[in-house]
Design a protein around this ligand. Structure first.
Ligand code: AMP
Ligand code: MG
Length: 482
């Protein structure tokens, strides 16, 4: 086998998925293979780049050992429940076990219609392929749990979207799994308790094996998911990341970031910052992501209720008690991360965090540049680049006096440096890579990938990627576009 498939999801009962081969495309062209990720997965990168590999990545051939299928799931989209969503433009090719012994899904996105496509064409435009590739790889390099990019292919076919017809693409996604909160909801909506149990057992084995030791394993699974989401969402927030569509079908129970649709990194700080053109009520604003995580996890808890205890009242009480712990759990991670960004020690610092964020919001200061320059000041660098970010000098001086009064040891400096990246994928840069790709030029894409692979390093050649967009380059909205 060229790809060492070792599939488990396809062993689950038939109501979990629909078997479906990818639909071939006209004229596939390889844009890129993530060679280091391929090697880590035990896949020969040279083969992946060959015409045989390309055929598999485009969906024009089914590799030996692959058992293509579209996964079933449901989900709350912007708070409204849809009992059947499923992979409408994605195909799970199968799973591989990496060199380090971890199991991963390989999935094609944009690979044609499935039983779950509804009115959709099953395809993806090239833009979202480029976007997901750049942003998911940047997230991985930033240290955030995330799905990864194995390859991008241009299909040679046009896809029809609101903006007109554009070039199509296929993205190969690697994920610890694609089980979502919405996968549990799918069976809950059908009243299939045995399927919920099957899925929960599968998820425990794959993602939360420690729950097997617990007296109440399904409650342990739930609590495990709470811990990973609290850690994940605060990690996003600490980098100014706004997911944009935290629907329950876009929340992976593994605790990885999944679905880079209308996501964006915030520039001028504001807790209510939103980019997504479809998020009209600011449901998924930067500062609301913790509330939404809890809302989504409450849906997961509801789906697991029949497994938590036989008595509904008892199950409800146990789930409620676990959910009640989430806000403190979340706040603990949040404070830890923001303290690290500010180089603060211990509990004395909560006020300082509040004051800092208020100041940034009031003066519309760029989130990433602020923390990056603050880190330079903490290391003994020049203060002027930091001060220049503020239009109200007096307010800055006032704040700066308080921040400087805090004693910092070497360990706080190290923590600051690893919490405050030099580079994040700024929206206008991602947009430039997308526009160039549509024009057949992948050099911007390649350059961004190289730069964002080391987001904490100061590299002179990438200094231009640190800076803010020019007024005409500013991206005000992001679109799903798939
Ligand atoms: P998303 O908003 O990307 O999380 O997708 C939500 C749902 O819409 C999922 O069930 C997708 O499979 C489906 N979907 C999105 N785009 C398409 C498309 N072009 N063709 C078919 N299904 C789609
Ligand atoms: Mg999705």
């Amino acid at each position: 086998m060229k790809i060492p498939f070792d599939n488990t999801y396809s062993q689950l009962p038939e109501q979990f998925y629909q078997r479906q081969d990818p639909v071939p495309v006209e004229n596939p062209e390889l844009i890129r293979v993530n060679r280091s990720l391929a090697e880590e997965l035990g896949i020969d990168a040279d083969w992946l780049e060959s015409s045989e590999g390309l055929a598999v990545l485009a969906g024009n051939a089914v590799a030996e050992g692959s058992e293509p299928l579209a996964q079933a799931y449901a989900g709350h989209q912007f708070g409204h429940f849809v009992p059947q969503l499923g992979d409408g433009r994605a195909i799970l090719l199968g799973e591989v076990v990496s060199r380090s012994g971890r199991r991963f899904d390989l999935q094609l996105k944009g690979s044609g219609r499935t039983a779950f496509s509804r009115a959709g064409d099953g395809r993806s435009a090239l833009g979202p392929v480029i976007r997901e590739y750049i942003v998911s790889e940047a997230m991985a390099a930033l240290g955030v749990p995330t799905t990864r990019a194995l390859a991008a292919v241009a299909t040679g076919e046009r896809v029809f979207r609101q903006e007109g017809d554009v070039a199509g693409g296929v993205f190969t996604r690697v994920a610890s799994s694609h089980v979502r909160v919405g996968t549990f909801q799918y069976f809950q909506a059908r009243g299939e308790v045995e399927s919920i149990r099957r899925l929960a057992d599968y998820v425990i084995e794959r993602h939360y094996p420690e729950a097997l030791q617990a007296k109440e394993r399904y409650l342990a699974l739930l609590k495990g998911a709470f811990g990973r989401q609290a850690d994940l969402v605060t990690h996003w927030m600490s980098l100014g990341f706004i997911h944009g569509v935290m629907n329950t079908d876009n929340m992976a129970v593994s605790g990885e970031t999944i679905d880079f649709g209308p996501c964006a990194f915030m520039e001028a700080f504001h807790p209510e910052c939103v980019f997504s053109s479809i998020d009209r009520n600011a449901r998924y604003a930067w500062g609301n992501q913790g509330n939404i995580a809890l809302w989504n996890l409450s849906r997961l808890a509801e789906a697991l209720l029949p497994l938590i205890a036989d008595e509904p009242a008892e199950a409800g009480e146990k789930a409620e008690a676990a959910l009640a712990e989430f806000p403190d759990l979340f706040r603990g991670h949040y404070l830890r991360r923001l303290r690290a960004k500010l180089g603060l020690v211990g509990d004395v610092s909560d006020d300082m965090i509040q004051q800092t964020l208020q100041l940034l919001a009031a003066q519309e200061v760029d989130f990433t540049l602020f923390f990056r320059r603050l880190t330079q000041v903490a290391k003994g660098g020049d203060r002027d680049p930091l001060a220049s970010l503020f239009s109200d000098a007096a307010a800055f001086e006032d704040w700066f006096a308080k921040w400087s009064a805090v004693e910092r040891s070497e360990s706080e400096l190290v923590a600051m440096q690893s919490a405050n990246p030099v580079l994040i994928p700024r929206n206008h840069r991602v947009e430039q890579a997308i526009q160039a790709a549509y024009a057949g030029d992948y050099s911007v894409f390649e350059r961004l990938l190289a730069a964002y692979a080391q987001p904490y390093a100061e590299v002179a050649a990438y200094a231009d990627l640190e800076t803010l967009p020019k007024p005409e380059e500013v991206v005000h909205q992001t679109f799903c576009g798939t």
